[in-house]
Design a protein around this ligand. Sequence first.
Ligand SMILES: Cc1ncc(COP(=O)(O)O)c(C=O)c1O
Ligand SMILES: N[C@@H](CCCC[NH3+])C(=O)O
Length: 463
Amino acid sequence: MSRSAHPAGPRHGDVLPEGHYQAPPADLNALDPKVWSRTVGRDAEGVVTVGGVDVRTLAAEFGTPAYVMDEADFRARARAWRDAFGDSADVYYAGKAFLSKAVVRWLHEEGLNVDVCSSGELHVALAAGMPGERIALHGNNKSVQELEQAVKAGVGHVVVDSFQEIARLAEVAGAQGVRQPVLIRVTVGVEAHTHEFIATAHEDQKFGLSLSGGLAAEAVRRVLAEPSLELRGIHSHIGSQIFDFAGFEVAARRVVGLLAEVRDEHGVELPEVDLGGGLGIAYTAEDDPREPAEIAASLSEIVRRECAAAELTPPRISVEPGRAIVGPTAFTLYEVGTVKALEGLRTYVSVDGGMSDNIRTALYDAEYSVALVSRTSEAEPMLVRVVGKHCESGDIVVRDAFLPADLAPGDLIAVPATGAYCRSMASNYNHALKPPVLAVADGSARVIVRRETEEDLLRLDIG
Ligand SMILES: Cc1ncc(COP(=O)(O)O)c(C=O)c1O
Ligand SMILES: N[C@@H](CCCC[NH3+])C(=O)O
């Protein structure tokens, strides 16, 4: 393995091109616990280990790129959410962040529920043994078939999102002779401080029924009029990767406002409120997420206070964290293929994956960090852009970061905090094969989602 330096790459102190980067970290070998999962560390030789297994062994045994998930960390985060809310609330893990049978089993064991938003996710949750009543079904355009499957599975909640869906679900539930519990998804009119594509509570978007426009109140009337539907409560999800709690505060106030209106108009006190997910995690050292206990205390207090003001019995709360549970538990392991220093600009480090295994940088301008993990290095910091191998110049994994200047082909690097919305949003662009997900714990690693193969691609392509 060559260890050539790249003297043309920018150095700390140079006038650097415009970008999102921060100053280089004091120690490039350090692994900031903010962005790396709990069991990550370096062994005596400086190789990064997770769950007691070193990354060189993982790469040799399972290949790269690979998503490496720290099972103990996943379970601990799931438990922390469960314990933070205790028996007074329900925690639904948002399966869209990442769903596999192993993960569903861990959630089941740790006492969490699951939210799904397609028949595919529903199928995986059921196949892994999650009881139907601990599953909630979301979606702004659920098909009749999806509704039929969900009702048949006895899902605990269908979260209805349109007038048409209320009518469709009523028919489906009626046909199966079931009274289906539902929540109504409302848009509370909050401008959440996050990327436009992942904000979901402002008025001008596809999700939910607006409170201010009266659609939510009309949805309540329609659900109450359907004998095959049981209105359990109201659902609000304001967006994703949110740090500013003010949005949740406004959302909770407005949702409780609707509960009071429903009581006044229909004489019914709805027993449940779901405040969705969306809590931010640290992708870089600049991010400061809140602990579940603090979040639980704030949300419960807001709902309690608003209910007291409206003279309502506080409803049972549910929340739907996805990213906040799975995001920090995994990193993506890549092998460096080429290192190209551009005089006066930056150094491009190409890895063996890219936008097909992490679309978030291209899609949301998301920021990530990166570290050399197969060894330590005392070389000076070099400003890099980590890019993939796709036929696309926007194929960027980490826009701006620092890696040691002696980085070379064959080195392993890892991008932390890729547990959420990376494997679940992976694509086959350029007929890339989706990487495996490895679960590592107690000194051993196993494949929980296998790597795709070229046969998989050809099996779909029936000529
Ligand atoms: C309805 C709903 N619940 C929960 C989530 C999970 O969000 P996050 O992974 O940001 O916690 C989402 C995604 O934003 C969502 O749309
Ligand atoms: N996929 C998004 C979040 C959307 C969440 C689902 N409503 C992300 O990667 O951040």
